[in-house]
Design a protein around this ligand. Structure first.
Ligand code: ATP
Ligand code: MG
Length: 577
């Protein structure tokens, strides 16, 4: 492709709205343009990258035996009413009404549609297992679209759905997808990690997310320094800490002390000279039905809201201070579990604590010398805290947890019977008995991968594409578009490389050399062939590697062989990252 014949609107400056590097570079390199919040046009260069990701995903899904289909983006409300999600999905679901006043939605995901297809078309156990996938535009009316295509409202997803007769079959389908995902992300040249994930609202037995490690990631993942344990922090647990040495202290008498104006954990801890972990943090949580609960944690721990919702239901919220007062009549800042009428759940790490401090449910008062069993009995313990770096690993107990940021690019999920039961999809077994097939679902954020790859592969000059995703493998930078000798050589190289199946962008623009070099670096095409200047006078061209900056001076007739060798070598190195 000639540069002069393709729209690549590069920008010198980063647009102010772009806060993460991938968003900045996707705009600056002319890959995307925003149409509306979270809705983007893919320009020619961006689309070439997107198609490459798609092609890697497609080839590995095919290799794993999944069958490609394309389901409608617009789905009738009736199906979502059958599954029960019409009422539950909330505002992320874009709802539409047609001219006959029939309700539809723009699909954010396709469990209902695929289950409907299977209940109509698949009758016998002989037809299982099956796994159907599609690569398709989804719409989710995200509350906070941001970071460009990383969290868009309209985005491209690969979604796959497996159907098996039994658990063992599901396990096999799940493992096949797990392995396909590992190959996909390796081939994309990404450094990634598979982590255990919360199964959340979809409901199901087990799930893993695939995260690309990057500081701009919206997720936090905890992994063990010693064993393979890794989990999204939403779900991560830690081994219980050993009982602190102060637990051997004699019990102090329970005493109500005045703590004027001291309402935060830090303030009370300082005022009473008691370390934060011996304070009991008491939080009021309101469940979906409007009932109040008291949750207790060590003062230095933070509540994990995903675990809170697992305990008290999806609609549970942490109300603001005003609502707490309204709802319970209790003074925020002096809340506590003694003599309360609220149902109490304590975090496991609090168990057995000695001589602790908690609010007295009276403004400006706290209890000191609070001891389990003697003063405080709670009906229920649960894992409520968010793990932190340095916690003991729950799996091997000899390693510790470290936290990293990750971008979720894929998700594999054992769905179970939820949709096949709700839509009553059945398959006959060998004895002619009807069974609900057991399902798995498997998503990949195809468009998000493009942004995630840039987060991992860039420098201060621009993008550095892995060979497998690059929009072109080689850019010919012709320094002077008017120089005849350079044009002849560029033309020749352009043809030879293309004949060898190498995709080439020929910068034939009548622009200053400086502009061309800057754009070539910004676009991130792996190999640059510079034609012109002093080298050309000596009959040579320069071959530069974008990633390592290495420059080779070679004769034009050596270019094709060298390019092929380097692309091969780079491709192998990158997929082994
Ligand atoms: P997230 O927690 O990031 O919202 P999710 O759990 O809602 O993701 P899934 O329903 O599992 O996502 O969707 C499958 C994949 O689609 C995700 O792993 C992610 O890569 C991608 N994805 C989800 N939401 C978006 C979005 N708003 N923009 C771009 N990609 C997305
Ligand atoms: Mg989401």
């Amino acid at each position: 492709m000639r540069y002069s014949a393709i729209l690549i609107p590069t920008l010198k400056e980063s647009p102010v709205e772009a806060r993460v590097v991938s968003h900045q570079l996707m705009l600056r390199a002319g890959l995307i343009r925003q149409l509306s919040s979270g809705i983007y046009t893919w320009l020619p260069l961006g689309l070439r990258v997107l198609r490459r990701v798609e092609q890697i995903v497609r080839s590995e899904m095919d290799r794993a035996g999944a069958q490609e289909v394309l389901m409608p983006a617009v789905q009738p409300a009736e199906l979502w009413q059958e599954s029960g999600r019409w009422g539950h999905y909330g505002k992320e679901l874009l709802r539409l009404t047609d001219r006959h006043e029939r309700a539809f939605c723009f699909g954010p995901t396709h469990e209902e549609v695929i289950t409907d297809l299977v209940r109509r078309e698949i009758r016998s156990w002989r037809q299982l297992p099956v796994n159907f996938y599609q690569i398709q535009t989804k719409f989710r009316d995200e509350i906070r679209p941001r970071f460009g295509v990383m969290r868009g409202r309209e985005f491209l997803m690969k979604d796959a759905y497996s159907f098996d007769m039994d658990e063992a079959g599901l396990e096999q389908s799940y493992q096949q997808m797990f392995q396909a995902y590992q190959r996909i992300f390796s081939r994309c040249g990404l450094r990634f990690r598979a982590v255990e994930a919360d199964t959340g609202a979809i409901g199901g037995a087990s799930s893993h997310e695939f995260h690309v490690l990057a500081s701009s990631g919206e997720d936090t993942i905890a992994s063990c320094t010693n064993c393979p344990y890794a989990a999204n922090v939403e779900k991560a647990t830690a081994a219980l800490p050993a009982a602190p040495s102060e637990n051997d202290e004699p019990m102090q008498p329970l005493t109500e002390v005045e703590t004027p104006g001291q309402t935060s954990i830090d303030a009370v801890s300082q005022f009473l000279a008691v370390p934060a972990q011996r304070l009991i943090k008491s939080l009021v949580v309101v469940d979906e039905a409007g009932g109040s609960h008291l949750l207790l944690l060590r003062g230095n721990d933070e509540l994990n809201e995903v675990k809170m919702r697992l305990l008290l239901g999806n609609g549970a919220i942490l109300p603001g201070a005003e609502q707490v007062v309204q709802q319970t009549g209790l003074p925020v800042g002096s809340l506590g579990p003694l003599h309360t009428t609220l149902p109490v759940t304590a975090d496991l790490a609090l168990h057995g604590g000695r001589n602790m401090v908690c609010g007295a449910n009276r403004k400006d008062y706290h209890w000191t010398g609070v001891n389990w069993d003697r003063d405080l009995v709670v009906a229920q313990f649960a894992d409520l805290r968010t793990v932190v770096t340095g916690d003991s690993c729950p799996r091997c107990a000899s390693g510790t947890l470290v936290l990293d940021r990750g971008i979720e690019v894929g998700h594999v999920f054992k769905l179970g019977l939820k949709y096949s039961q709700a839509l009553d999809a059945t398959v006959l077994d060998a004895n002619g008995e009807a069974h609900h097939p057991i399902m798995g679902c498997y998503g990949i954020g195809v468009s998000r991968i493009v942004a995630a790859a840039i987060e991992q592969h860039h420098d201060d000059k621009g993008i550095i594409w892995p060979v497998s995703l690059a929009p072109f493998a080689v850019i010919l930078v012709q320094i002077n578009a008017k120089e005849e000798e350079a044009t002849v050589i560029a033309q020749q190289l352009y043809q030879t490389l293309q004949q060898q199946g190498v995709e080439v962008l020929w910068d034939d623009r009548d622009e200053r050399a400086g502009v061309k070099f800057k754009d070539a670096d910004l676009l991130g095409i792996p190999l640059q062939v510079v034609i012109g200047g002093r080298s050309l006078k000596e009959g040579m061209v320069e071959l530069r590697q974008r990633r390592i900056g290495e420059v080779l001076s070679i004769a034009p007739d050596q270019v094709a062989a060298t390019v092929t060798r380097l692309l091969d070598q780079l491709g192998r190195e990158e997929s082994a990252l």
